[in-house]
Design a protein. Structure first.
Length: 354
């Protein structure tokens, strides 16, 4: 079915195609018989897919990465597509428009995207209010919700901790876990917060605030694929020292190496983070290195270039506990989640036979 709709969607700009897609999904999910049909088509519910990690019960190991539903507007519709968890955000304390359009670009030859969205979102209070209303209306959701938090563009790095702590405090009652995003390439100087000293201080402050809660929640760190091995070793040390639950590997890359898309087209697009199939190898390398450094006691969520059951299994074999998709969904359609889950089940059945 998606093979029919994809060429039509690709006639529109990426942002407009996204708005059309989520509008249709939300409309369909609002009709009970259609919602049930969507769940039958896309959801796979098997005991073998469940994961208990970080004190949370994941219905399955496939999640939606941050950025797709920044403001938490489409959770009910997205839950019909088979995800085990959905990450909202990145959210900032104050609403911001993000970078000027166009800021999202397709690279069909590479099954990739380039974005320089710039943390566009409606702000912390809007997201918290939406999540509160959703939980109070529906009670327990069929998916877990992660909150991806960042800082406003005009907040200097010296004051960034204030923004992250504010996001943590306001979202705490309404999300199941947190993700600290210091790795987007589209907010000026944000990646400087990945350096050892500022990152240790930021995560320590968040953990202090977390431990003061009656029931602390898992906090993960989302990192860039462009870190050196030495920097990744530092990340592992910081995660251990601050007692974080784990790491999300990886965010988008600023690299353009090995792309099929012409250099002229890339130059016309300009700056931004690259996601999709070209990130597959590096993201897997980062996962493998972090698993070796962290051991079995920390959770790793693998993201980057997952566009099939095979590429998802690659991340899991490298040491990821869970995986997330985004760009793969754009190119492969909503059936991707089911295909990955069926692949996971096939692997589990094969392990039992062996």
């Amino acid at each position: 079915m998606y093979a029919f709709f994809k060429p039509l969607l690709f006639l529109f700009s990426p942002e407009k195609a996204h708005r059309i897609t989520v509008f249709l999904l939300d409309t369909a999910a609002a009709i009970p018989p259609v919602r049930r049909l969507l769940r039958r088509l896309f959801c796979v519910e098997r005991p073998g897919l469940k994961k208990h990690l970080m004190g949370l019960d994941f219905p399955n190991p496939v999640g939606l990465a941050a950025g797709f539903d920044k403001d938490g507007k489409h959770i009910e519709g997205l839950a019909c597509l088979g995800f085990g968890f959905i990450e909202v955000g990145t959210v900032t304390p104050v609403a911001q428009d993000g970078n000027p359009q166009p800021r999202l670009f397709r690279l069909p030859a590479d099954s990739a995207l380039i974005n320089r969205m710039g943390f566009n979102n409606e702000g912390l209070d809007a997201l918290a209010g939406r999540l509160k209303a959703l939980r109070e209306k529906k009670g327990p959701l069929p998916v877990l919700i992660g909150g991806n938090i960042g800082k406003n563009k005009n907040t200097p790095n010296e004051e960034a901790e204030r923004d992250y702590l504010r996001c943590f405090e306001v979202l705490f009652p309404w999300v199941d876990y947190f993700v600290v995003n210091v790795s987007s390439p589209n907010t000026p100087n944000l990646r400087a917060l990945q350096e050892k000293e500022p990152l240790t201080r930021l995560l320590s402050l968040l953990q202090d605030k977390n431990k003061a809660q009656q029931a602390p929640k898992p906090i993960l760190l989302k990192i860039a694929p462009d870190l050196t091995d030495e920097q990744l070793n530092d990340v592992a040390d910081i995660v251990r020292a601050t007692g974080l639950a784990g790491v999300i590997a990886t965010n988008t890359t600023i690299s353009r190496a090995g792309l099929k898309t012409s250099s002229a087209e890339l130059e016309s697009i300009g700056a931004g983070g690259l996601s999709g199939a070209p990130l597959q190898v590096r993201a897997t390398e980062v996962i493998r290195l972090l698993r070796e450094k962290l051991g079995a006691g920390f959770v790793i969520i693998g993201v980057g270039g997952i566009n099939s059951a095979v590429s998802a299994e690659e991340k899991l074999q490298a040491g990821a506990d869970l995986v997330q998709v985004y760009s793969g969904l754009v190119y492969e359609g909503p059936g991707l989640v089911r295909r990955i889950l069926e692949g996971v089940l096939k692997g589990l059945n094969q392990d039992l036979k062996d």
